[in-house]
Design a protein around this ligand. Structure first.
Ligand SMILES: [Fe+2]
Length: 288
């Protein structure tokens, strides 16, 4: 049976049908999935039932996996290639990821190996809410005027771990360790996709400033670019079902995990992170 690609929204997102990703996936099917992924930026597989090993095996067919050494406390025990995103207590302590992803971002932008892509698998979800929103950063870039494209081409976006959502509720000792592991780092504000060649905006609500500019100078432009990118018509909103695997390209999208649910209900996800190319340089904090 041939793979079927069903669009989920105008700007981005497609559901992939007709392939059992828990089993052995042929090279031809991987190529077809990759092609659909480059076009839709976010792809969704439904009713996936698999083990952590199978999740890693499928993910590895696309790219080398990150070992999540930038956020070691969030690894799934025994599986460094799986990140646990959960509101369930971990080792008797409140989960450090229970409020993760509440602002618009691209994964691991605060590292020197910004994620190429992420594959998030839902194992438990609240009865309503807990949705994730995605926006198309390639479309956001294309929609800019030529003049603005020229301006952003010269900018380096600085990513600051302090702006990662949920950090205020992290354990202070763990937060100090994470800040040491992840000093502020600058990446080009226009990111060129290393496989498709697509250009996309690379700025987010975790961008503190543009290198060489003050925070005050940078703020209006960061705010404008984020608002421009996250206009409702440039967004796909995913309502999770248990068994969904949602894969997004961090080179061409941003995402936001909504906190629109009752935290008394478990929400549990596992993520593999497809490692991106080495990028960026460490910078000193900017003047206000
Ligand atoms: Fe994320």
């Amino acid at each position: 049976m041939a793979i079927e690609v069903v669009p989920l929204a105008h700007a981005l997102g497609a559901e992939i049908r007709g392939v059992d990703i828990a089993g052995v996936v042929s090279d031809a099917d991987i190529d077809a999935i990759r092609k659909a992924w480059h076009q839709a930026h976010v792809i969704v597989f439904r009713d996936v039932a698999w083990t952590p090993e199978q999740h890693c095996t499928f993910s590895r067919q696309f790219r080398e996996l990150d070992d999540h050494s930038a956020t070691p406390h969030d690894q799934l025990e025994g599986f460094p290639e799986l990140l646990e995103v959960t509101n369930k207590p971990k080792n008797g302590q409140p989960s450090q990821t229970r409020n993760a992803g509440r602002n618009w971002h691209s994964d691991y932008s605060y590292t020197n190996r910004p994620a190429a892509a992420s594959m998030l698998y839902c194992t438990e979800k609240p009865p309503v809410g807990g949705d994730t929103m995605f926006c198309n950063m390639a479309r956001a870039y294309d929609d800019l005027s030529d003049k603005m494209k020229g301006i952003v081409a010269d900018l380096q976006s600085v990513y600051d771990f302090n702006l990662v959502s949920g950090t205020a509720k992290r354990n202070p000792a763990k937060m100090a360790e994470l800040l040491k592991l992840n000093p502020p780092i600058a990446h080009p504000c226009v990111r060129t996709h290393d496989e498709s060649g697509t250009k996309a905006l690379y700025v987010s609500e975790r961008t503190s400033h543009f290198d060489g500019m003050t925070r005050s100078e940078s703020a209006p432009l960061i705010e404008y670019l984020c608002a421009h990118a996250t206009r409702p018509e440039n967004v796909y909103r995913h309502q999770w079902c248990v068994g969904d695997l949602v894969c997004w390209d961090n080179r061409t999208t941003m995402h936001l995990a909504l906190g629109d649910f009752d935290q008394n209900h478990p929400r549990h996800m596992l993520r593999t992170t497809l490692q991106g190319k080495k990028s960026g340089y460490v910078v000193a904090p900017a003047e206000v």
